[in-house]
Design a protein around this ligand. Structure first.
Ligand code: HEM
Length: 506
């Protein structure tokens, strides 16, 4: 245990069960994975030593009001807008996270033994969070026909039990209104594929499997050809997918460098509030979380775990499609926040519902949680990982970013190597103006995505490498196409796709 852990253990005496996004013991009530069983955690860089210490420690660095607090600008604020990434991709990123990884058992501030913890999700892009165990084992997720998902009456919400809890494959996908509505969009996408893209003369079982494969492959296409290049840049994405710099020695596992650090970059993209729709001429906008984190779950904010009122339905035109360059917020999609070392205050004061009400204040900061998880997982410093993955010619830039190889340049009074999660955010900020990941963070995310796609024997790249999308606009299939196909949007109502190559880069 290093010095910062000792110090923080005194500040945070109460050992805390991992957050369950509304569940006391995360994942223990979650159906484990899908048809193929669940996964393991492992290391991408097993030879690197853990970061021994850094100053300031996780509590001081991650505190509300501390160096990582980006404040709560109003929804129409433009100072933190990311012109490369629309707001919907933040929640697609969260949805992808919930497809790939769930550490249901680690206890905050306890060192973890990677061989002893289990990934309750399969580390594959196969939407186990959507399909659960399939129509035979979890029939309540499906309509009586065994082919289509069951939705709420009127199809505006996920189906829910009498307590308002969503009946879905992964409860985390109901944590906030936007990810909940995105889960609904994917359920509807599957149903639309059953209706429009499967042969009605086939039996129900065959139609379900055919639709599931079409959905998974279109989703994998978006992951590899839209989400990844948008997030890490085209060059790094293509190199990872083509050269496979990281592969698994045997079965696929979830690298902790990805799940505990690099892929948590999305916590920085989250805005303090969102414009949801302007149905019937009324603009619906709300804060993501309440200013008082102990406020009960109610209609005032965008916390999930409750039925969605019709006036709160998400209109995807405010989340996907081309950037809105006009001053009128109703003219198009909002941007995500920049990827930088600042988080919206809402993320540093996680409310009841997202964390259990018994959570001590310091553990309500998602930044503190991420930093502490990095210590618990014995992650190496960002500098060490960068030395492994950043080309030699770029090392000079690395030194300029990090000064004398410590946190000093990034945090006043900072010292020691940088925690990997913090380093990833700082790299994005300095090397790519917060528009996308860069350096070590980009490499970890791209290499993990590419390795997972190639390790899954049922993935599109393995089953049919020459396949191109059959729905929407074909080989350029994007989230806009998915929305258009699912919601039957045509003409002026259709969302346009963005050309990822033409987006502003670093
Ligand atoms: C509204 C937005 C979000 C909220 C409130 C949220 C909240 C959380 C919380 C409370 C945890 C558990 C933290 C811990 O104790 O270790 C977590 C884990 C995580 N989050 Fe988020 N998150 C959000 C969005 C995102 C996004 C956009 C991404 C990525 C693009 C992301 C990636 C992750 C990852 C990789 C984990 C670890 C999952 C595991 O292995 O169990 N999150 N998030």
């Amino acid at each position: 245990m290093d010095g910062s852990q000792d110090r923080d253990s005194k500040v945070l005496p109460e050992t805390q069960r991992a957050s369950g996004h509304g569940y006391e013991e995360r994942g223990l009530k979650v159906p484990p994975g899908n048809f193929t069983g669940t996964g393991r955690f492992g290391r991408m860089f097993p030879a690197l030593m853990p970061l021994a210490s850094f100053t300031p420690g996780p509590v001081a660095l991650g505190a509300a009001g501390g160096p990582m607090d980006g404040g709560s600008p109003p929804p129409n604020d433009t100072t933190q807008n990311n012109p490369r990434i629309r707001a919907g991709y933040t929640f697609l990123g969260q949805f992808i996270d919930h497809d790939l990884t769930l550490d249901a058992v680690s206890i905050l501030e306890r060192q973890i033994d990677l061989n002893a913890i289990h990934n309750f999700r399969t580390p594959a892009f196969e939407l186990d969070s959507l399909y659960g165990l399939g129509p035979s084992a979890q029939p309540y997720l499906y309509q009586p026909d065994g082919m289509r998902f069951q939705l709420s009456p009127g199809d505006l919400d996920l189906q829910r039990n009498v307590n308002g809890r969503a009946l879905i494959g992964d409860p985390r996908n109901d944590e906030n209104l936007i990810v909940s509505q995105l889960h609904l969009l994917f359920l509807k996408f599957h149903n639309a594929v059953v209706d429009q893209a499967t042969d009605p003369s086939l039996g129900a079982g065959e139609r379900f499997l055919r639709a599931q494969e079409i959905v998974r492959w279109h989703y994998q296409w978006i992951v590899a050809h839209e989400f990844l290049p948008r997030t890490v840049g085209k060059a790094i994405a293509e190199r990872a997918l083509e050269d496979l710099p990281f592969t698994y020695p045997a079965d696929a596992f979830m690298p902790v460098e990805f799940s505990v650090a690099a892929y948590r970059f999305g916590h920085s993209q989250t805005r303090p509030g969102y414009l949801i729709n302007n149905d019937n001429g009324q603009v619906a906008a709300a804060a993501l979380f309440p200013p008082d984190p102990t406020a009960p779950v109610g209609p005032g904010d965008l916390r999930g775990f409750k039925p969605v009122a019709p006036e709160r339905r998400v209109d995807w035109k405010f989340f996907f499609g081309p950037q809105n360059t006009t001053p009128n917020p109703l003219a198009g999609a909002q941007d995500s926040k920049l990827i930088d070392t600042r988080l919206s205050t809402a993320m540093l004061r996680l409310p009841d519902g997202v964390v259990p009400p018994t959570t001590p204040d310091a553990h309500r900061s998602l930044a503190t949680r991420n930093l502490q998880r990095g210590i618990d997982a014995q992650l190496p410093s960002g500098q060490q990982v960068a030395c492994k993955v950043v080309p030699l010619r770029d090392r000079l830039t690395e030194r300029q970013v990090w000064g004398a190889n410590d946190m000093g340049a990034a945090v006043p009074g900072g010292a020691g190597g940088a925690p990997l999660w913090f380093y990833v955010l700082r790299e994005a900020e300095v090397k790519a103006r917060g528009l996308r990941l860069a350096g070590a963070g980009a490499e970890i995310v791209a290499r993990t995505f590419a390795a997972l796609l190639h390790a899954d024997p049922a993935s599109q790249v393995n089953r049919d490498p020459h396949w191109t999308p059959s729905l929407g606009s074909g080989s350029k299939f994007t989230m806009s196409d998915l929305v258009n196909f699912t919601e039957g949007r045509t003409g002026a109502a259709a969302l346009a796709s963005e050309d990822v190559d033409a987006l502003p880069d670093a």
